[in-house]
Write a protein that binds this ligand. Structure first.
Ligand code: 6R9
Length: 647
């Protein structure tokens, strides 16, 4: 029996949702989904109210997902304008810079309005309008949020690219969505070092259409290489435009943003989210999962380059008129107490971070936490990967002093917001479990091979039986890929790609990806992307990439590399390949271990047996299973002999 941690009574008493309300509302939400979401849609402001609520089908090949489809609204007006009368002078965004010695900024809703309006007018000056795509490649500075909201204001579709991605990755994303403009900064300070974002953008733009313009935010003041006629400084243009920009009236199903994410095959997919349903779901989950109360300081440590930053730094909190803290730095700079110093300094009530950060900080001991007054904390959250019970307990005991409920939120870029998560005032928690479904969510566990629905306490693949408003609508430019990736494996269900266990209390325990997607420090990466980068190197003939358990990162990247016959393995080459992947994709994709593989285990039809490679990488080669179907079973012995991950 795992332990169950009850809901603290003071939290339950004042929560938006208590246990009884959860039961009642959940039942209603899955029994009459349409009526439930008709009411919940009122959380946000509509220009033309919707009459139709749900129009969805999971039946491949005919998959479509539409919510509130005849309603019109503007996402930026929901995040800004509707708060002006009641909380214009309240802080909307607290910005904490990389260096603790630099001053934090407090931006009120009224200031946010002016910043976003000016930014939107600059976009218009540059020829951007409804439906145009804009790529945002910025550090964690307020301008990243302004840029997103400015796009939303004029109906342009933003695609944020994480500033840690390489010029090549940036170029691929600009080209895939045919963006007209890329927004970047001169440099990006992080952890005391600076990335030259404008230089990266210049390199990327060499591989894009000449017509793509570049808008540059001044962050560091460093010198940058300038392309006259193509590049524009934001501050120069801002000064010339009007301080007001009326929001465009958008259809509920008009795209709000594209966000590229890794899958098991091919290039990253452009996940498309639309306006109405996404905003309803972002606002509702932010308010209820974090039991957000007016005036509280809420801090999500994610980067806006990931979906967590979209839904839980920008759209959800701002739709609720919250105070959202944005942090430019890293957890360990200038020291391992930085997160806690920021919590103390700004009196943070809700703190939402990733298990990898918790594990890394846990490794530094309790002292850096204890050195700070964390009495303002009320709710703790985690996201991005399964959290191991040890890290959960440390978070609970040392950071939360056993007072703060922990919400372990399971969701995906594709889902737009939380699908399985505790609610602080309603759900007793179990360390390592994402617990129970959010309102309107119908999870099911299937047998991976037969697709049979498994009841009760069981283990299998996690699917969702019906749509919810925050669900992605399509893959940009490739609806077929959307249908194939998510709706063809198990007919009539949305396939999450995750495995899970459901216990006797109906609690869900996510066990990780069942496909070839890695989760390294909470960042999603396709093994296929790393493999194709490796084989693009002239010394490499073949490569296979798998994950292996890593104490801090959750998973590490293990690469098996077969060299061209005229190339000799060497430490220098190992480093060269590692740096190659880093520069081609970005630092997050840098291999942890590279093993020289004279041959890879393949079936007679030539398919690489990843199962075997995974086992060897996990140092668990006692149980390799059936290797008799291999074309050359001898290669396995060599791989075991020369494995890199010896304990
Ligand atoms: C929000 C986000 C999605 C994948 C997902 C799963 C893993 C996320 C988790 C979790 C266990 C949690 N994941 N949250 N696993 N417990 N609380 O992370 O989106 O980057 O698209 O990754 O992350 O494997 O399928 P994304």
């Amino acid at each position: 029996m795992t332990e169950t941690i009850p809901v603290p009574s003071d939290i339950a008493k004042n929560a938006h949702i208590d246990a009884e309300t959860y039961q009642r509302m959940y039942k209603a939400s899955v029994e009459d989904t349409e009526a439930f979401w008709r009411k919940e849609g009122e959380r946000i402001d509509w220009i033309t109210p919707y009459t139709r609520v749900k129009n969805t089908s999971f039946q491949s090949p005919n998959v479509y997902i539409r919510w509130y489809e005849d309603g019109t609204l503007n996402a930026s007006a929901n995040c800004i304008d509707r708060h002006l009368a009641t909380r214009g002078d309240q802080t909307a965004i607290i910005w904490e810079p990389d260096a603790p010695t630099d001053e934090a900024k407090h931006i009120t809703y009224r200031e946010l309005h002016e910043k976003v309006c000016r930014f939107a007018n600059v976009l218009k000056e540059l020829g951007i309008g409804r439906g145009d795509r804009v790529v945002i490649y910025l550090p964690m500075i307020p301008e990243a949020a302004y840029a997103m909201l400015a796009c939303a204001r004029i109906g342009a579709v933003h695609s944020v690219v994480f500033a840690g991605f390489s010029p090549d990755s940036l170029a691929n994303r600009i080209n895939d969505c045919d963006a007209k403009l890329v927004i970047t900064s001169d440099g990006a300070p992080r952890g005391g070092r600076t990335t030259n974002l404008k230089d990266n953008t210049n390199s990327a733009l060499l591989h894009c259409k000449e017509s793509v313009k570049c808008l540059v935010v001044r962050r560091t003041g460093q010198q940058v290489a300038w392309n006259a006629g193509q590049d524009y400084w934001l501050d120069a243009l801002e000064a010339t435009v009007d301080a007001d920009c009326p929001p465009e009236e958008m259809g509920a199903e008009d795209p709000l943003f594209i966000l590229y994410t890794s899958g098991s095959t091919g290039r990253p997919k452009g996940v498309v989210h639309t306006t109405g349903g996404y905003m309803v779901y972002a606002a509702m989950t932010h308010k209820l999962t974090f039991d957000y109360k007016d005036g509280e300081i809420y801090w999500c440590t994610a980067d806006v380059g990931w979906v967590t930053g979209h839904t839980y730094i920008v759209y959800g909190p701002l739709a609720n008129g919250a105070i959202s803290l944005m942090f430019e730095g890293v957890p360990t700079y200038p020291d391992a107490g930085r997160f806690w110093a920021v919590c103390e300094k700004h009196k943070v009530a809700t703190f939402y971070t990733a298990p990898t950060a918790i594990r890394a900080l846990m490794g530094k001991g309790d002292e850096p936490v204890k050195a700070h007054d964390l009495s303002s904390l009320r709710i703790l959250g985690t996201v991005g990967e399964p959290i191991n019970p040890e890290a959960w307990r440390w978070y609970d005991e040392v950071v939360g002093a056993k007072r703060c409920p922990i919400v372990d939120t399971w969701w995906q870029t594709e889902t737009g917001g939380h699908l399985i998560t505790p609610l602080p005032g309603a759900t007793p928690t179990k360390p390592g479990s994402a617990t129970t479904p959010f309102f309107g969510i119908k999870p099911a566990v299937l047998d991976a091979n037969t697709g049979e629905v498994l009841e009760g306490a069981t283990e299998g693949v996690l699917v969702i039986a019906d749509s919810w408003p925050g669900q992605m609508r399509t893959v940009w430019g490739d609806h077929q890929r959307f249908v194939e990736t998510y709706f063809q494996h198990y007919k009539g269900y949305y396939f999450t790609g995750d495995g899970c266990r459901r216990d006797e209390d109906g609690y869900y325990w996510i066990t990780g990806r069942v496909d070839d997607v890695l989760n390294v420090s909470g960042h999603r990466m396709g093994t296929a992307e790393i493999e194709s980068t490796l084989v693009a190197h002239p010394a490499v003939s073949e490569a296979a990439v798998v994950g292996y358990p890593h104490d801090i990162k959750g998973q590490g990247i293990y690469c098996y590399v077969t060299l061209m016959s005229d190339k000799e393995p060497s430490e220098a080459l190992r480093k060269e390949l590692s740096d190659w992947v880093r520069s081609e994709i970005g630092p997050i994709a840098k291999p942890d271990l590279i093993q020289w593989a004279p041959g890879l285990p393949k079936t007679r039809s030539g398919k690489i047996m990843r199962r075997i490679l995974r086992k060897i990488a996990e140092d668990d080669f006692g149980a390799l299973g059936d290797t008799s179907t291999l074309a050359d079973p001898a290669v396995v012995d060599d791989l075991i002999e020369n494995r890199q991950n010896r304990k």
